[in-house]
Design a protein around this ligand. Sequence first.
Ligand code: ATP
Ligand code: PAF
Ligand code: BAL
Length: 279
Amino acid sequence: MQIVRQLDPLRNALAEFRAAGLTIGLVPTMGALHAGHMRLVEVAQSQCDAVIASIFVNPTQFGEGEDLDAYPRQEAADAALLEAAGVKLLWAPTADQVYPPGYATNVSVSGISDGLCGAARPGHFDGVATVVAKLFNQVRPDAAFFGEKDYQQLAVIRRMARDLDFSHEIVGVPTVRDADGLALSSRNAYLTAEERADAVALPETMQEAATAIAAGSPVADILSDAKARLLRSGFHKVDYFELRDADTLALLDDFTRSARLLAAAHIGRTRLIDNIPVS
Ligand SMILES: Nc1ncnc2c1ncn2[C@@H]1O[C@H](COP(=O)(O)OP(=O)(O)OP(=O)(O)O)[C@@H](O)[C@H]1O
Ligand SMILES: CC(C)(CO)[C@@H](O)C(=O)[O-]
Ligand code: BAL
């Protein structure tokens, strides 16, 4: 596996892949890889000839006071995992390759970026849309792979790709979970043993709320009971626990076939997000 940090060698390597007639799959990440990321790689391998993973802890998607400095960085271990999985190239750009001096352009996807994580993390999805648009232009993949765990992010990227005429496929990959149901996340590493044990309340509460909503119970009551349960179970703040349309992310008051539950809540110093379909 080649590890590439500068744009010129990236372009040369991509030209070689294309000259060999290989289709290219891109898996963007911020590193600290776990089985969720590796599932994206696996799905990309099944659909493309050459898989390129990127690792870039993108500063513009972190707000003031967020965990940019603390975010886990373990490139050597990540590279070993990617290589073992058959990834052809790791794109690990230096910050100046992504945001050179004088950089002044911002991609902002209005509407779908508002609310949910966009409300709790102002500017976050501008940072995500901007860096993902740049990764798409840098790599020009045939398909790009994103996890459903970051469901609003996936929706923002799909909208951005449609709006900016990126014609490659955007593939959403279902969330990989630990045995007890907690969604895998690089930020789970922040949890103490006690917080990790309590964190299972998030997927459990979501599953029970989804079942009750599908059975026809009043949505508003279920959502407020779910938030209260999280606050009794070790979480100290619930950013949101909402029922949304799976495609448009429009707020729903009642169950529909395309309903999805989305939640974000804080436990200790860790903010966890999750989402599940209601069916
Ligand atoms: N449990 C998971 N299942 C499937 N995909 C996942 C999972 N966790 C992360 N991904 C996907 O991996 C890609 C890179 O995500 P990222 O590097 O931010 O990891 P993360 O574990 O989501 O970290 P964070 O702690 O920042 O949420 C994204 O497309 C994300 O949705
Ligand atoms: C898509 C992404 C790599 C952009 O920085 C990041 O938001 C992530 O890891 O989900
Ligand atoms: N996993 C999405 C990236 C972020 O939380 O900043």
